[in-house]
Design a protein around this ligand. Sequence first.
Ligand code: N01
Length: 555
Amino acid sequence: MSALQSASGKGQPAATRAYDVVVVGAGFAGMYMLYRLRKQGLSARVYEQGGDVGGTWYWNRYPGARCDVESMQYSYSFDDELQQEWSWSERYAPQPEILNYANHVADRFNLRSDIQFDTRVDRAEFDESANTWSVTTSDGNTVTAKHVVLATGCLSNAKMPDIKGLGDFKGKVYHTGHWPHEPVDFTGLRVGVIGTGSSGIQSVPVIAEQASHLTVFQRTANFSIPARNAALTDEERDSFRSNYREIRRIAREEMRNGIVQEVPDRGALDDGDNERRAKFEARWARGGLTFMGVYNNLALDQAANDTAAGFVRDKIAEIVKDPQTAKLLQPNNHPIGSKRICIDTDYFAAFNRPNVTLVDIKSDPIQQILPHAVRTSAREIEVDALVLATGFDAMTGSVAKIDIRGRNGKTLNGKWAEGPKTYLGLMSAGFPNLFIITGPGSPSVLSNMIVSIEQHVEWISDCIGYMRDRDLVAMEASQDAEDRWVAHVNEVAHTTLYPQANSWYMGANVPGKPQIFMPYIGGVGLYRQICNDVAAKGYEGFVMTAAEPLQRAAS
Ligand code: N01
């Protein structure tokens, strides 16, 4: 009996169900994976710990949450009717609209029938004799699958800060990455926001409008560029829609980060001061992530980077009226762009409001949370509610929560204890038939995530199809290919300024986490080419196992 028949058989105890593929997560990656697998006639079960689809956009509902990639580009390209019919309202859609889009996709392709919500995958164990995975979920059931795909997301494991007394706080505590579904109203409240990464920077101006007083606790100042968000016009939407085929091709093949923009042909020091300033001004006025694309060496050359960093520091000083506050808000300990650059709407201007105070917790650290206040070494600040914008255990955090056991019972957590090791970010040696979407070792978080998700999903589904067509029962990364890829990822990262920052890209935001640069910085175009070449050469660097004759006859 094939896995497909077995999975659809009625009346079987759930514990014996067998699928071709188990997918973990129903965010943008898991949804598209399911769509593709179904098209191939494969049986698939998706487990999602949230109550509905959307992944990161299901959880990150904090005030001001928006995408930092323009919505016309941060959207699926796999179905032309879908991209023609969906109408984004703004340049950077707000979270509810992105979540509506995820729901629309789930409805349009009838995805929910194969997704089990409110269910975590707790354990996945490879059975070497059967070449299948045994997957145990939080509802106590176990199923088997020929393949497991981890579509667990890179920024999905909210990190609670380890601050003394947090549990004693009497007011409400919110984490931006795990925001409640019911409306939160800060009107008339004294609110404290801890953390000034993208989530803090997006939420501060919105909370400031509601709160009677907002105190922002900043440990590290961050570079932020104005979003210049605005309603999209029909002409703008139509211009994308009528050119989508070419826009998507350029994003996939020609752009380093999967976002269509002009490709700079000059370095920052090739221009004189006035010309350079004029170019930075133009990008600042345009807003958005493409600020870093004005020159081709901002991520590579410290002196070039200093020119952009200096420009943004000057802008902060222009916007923020109190010189002392402005100085504190000017980042000075990392190159611009080496931490994920933030995109904001009126973040720095929020500090001109009489009801907003900045507390520099580098010089005046938080010592304890009291029932009604935050105590720093110098003072006690009364607050009624706390917002923790303290980020995520990124890229590996959600994978680490699953007890994954590969060959010889070895755990993935054990293998990754010194840092994640993968071949192409797609598989890890010793863990056959286990795929990772946008995992460490792939461009992932350095790119327009949807471009990278679509590439991985298509590569994985082609690979599973290749195995099926040839009666191959197992596939895994060879140790040698993995070692070479890990070395390459590391080597490329160290040609850039990125490793200089204590960023979540490096795992530096989680105490005790090994510090290695996790994503592949070679660019999505080059990376896609490498993955395609590997596939064209019969999945070079992967070891394939053919079915035993008996197994072949039974399948
Ligand atoms: O998290 P972060 P985030 N005490 O890790 C501080 C994506 N995203 O949720 O830098 C005090 O960047 C920490 O301080 P420090 C995007 O890729 C995208 O904001 O460690 N402070 C830092 O200021 C982004 O990069 C959008 O010194 C503590 C902050 O908390 C990624 O998600 C929107 C602390 C954490 O910043 C993560 O962003 C939102 C402690 N114990 C997020 N622990 C879009 O626009 C941490 N901090 C699409």
